[in-house]
Design a protein. Structure first.
Length: 209
């Protein structure tokens, strides 16, 4: 088990109990994401955590596959699913890498919320997610772009990681992220102001038809 997996397993209960920091921004993200969905689609949610997004969107699609590296996060997600009576979500315990166990073109939409800054092989993962999308499919992401921050976050995160209080975090800016989307093949990438922090990039992109 990797250090980051152990970190997320330890954090799971506190993460689940923590209220959403910016409810209005989250609701705006949900509304914009739902606008890209249709009832016959299958959705992939990567880095799903305790399953809140997957469960919120399950009513808008035929099925949701949601994956996370943390067994404890998904244990909580399964309990939430049972409590809510949602039947069309399948959970997968596995890391987000370029070898995801799904067929090419399987998904009408892929969601990646608060995960891309934690991915080591980000370009390889973006290429993998592109392959998994059906032609015309949408990629919806919300990503902290810490390279846009004026604060010395790199040093702060390094100290926290030394004491086991943070996972490994990659710093990049919004322009770098959009360029990586384009390099992976995505087109028509558009950002939306959802009322989140200035360092948060909410982006909807498309796989060409």
């Amino acid at each position: 088990m990797s250090p980051d997996t152990r970190f997320w397993n330890r954090l799971a209960e506190r993460y689940a109990a923590k209220p959403i920091a910016n409810p209005k921004a989250y609701e705006r993200k949900l509304a914009l994401t739902r606008a890209e969905l249709s009832p016959e689609q299958t959705l992939l949610d990567v880095g799903c955590g305790t399953g809140s997004l997957a469960l919120e969107l399950a009513g808008s699609v035929a099925h949701v596959h949601a994956l996370d590296v943390s067994e404890e996060m998904l244990r909580i997600a399964e309990h939430k699913q049972q409590a809510q009576g949602v039947t069309n979500v399948t959970w997968h315990v596995r890391p987000l890498d370029r070898n995801l166990p799904f067929d090419e073109g399987s998904f009408g939409c892929v969601c990646a919320f608060n995960i891309l800054h934690l991915v080591d092989d980000r370009q390889g993962v973006l290429q993998a997610l592109y392959r998994l999308l059906a032609p015309g499919g949408r990629f919806v992401s919300s990503t902290p772009c810490l390279g846009d921050s004026r604060l010395p976050l790199g040093a702060m995160i390094a100290v926290m990681r030394w004491f086991g209080k943070a996972p490994h975090v990659w710093r990049f800016n919004r322009e770098e992220l959009l360029r990586e989307f384009a390099d992976a093949g995505f087109v028509d990438a558009r950002t939306a102001d959802v009322g989140a922090k200035a360092t948060t990039a909410f982006v909807i992109a498309r796989k060409p038809s």
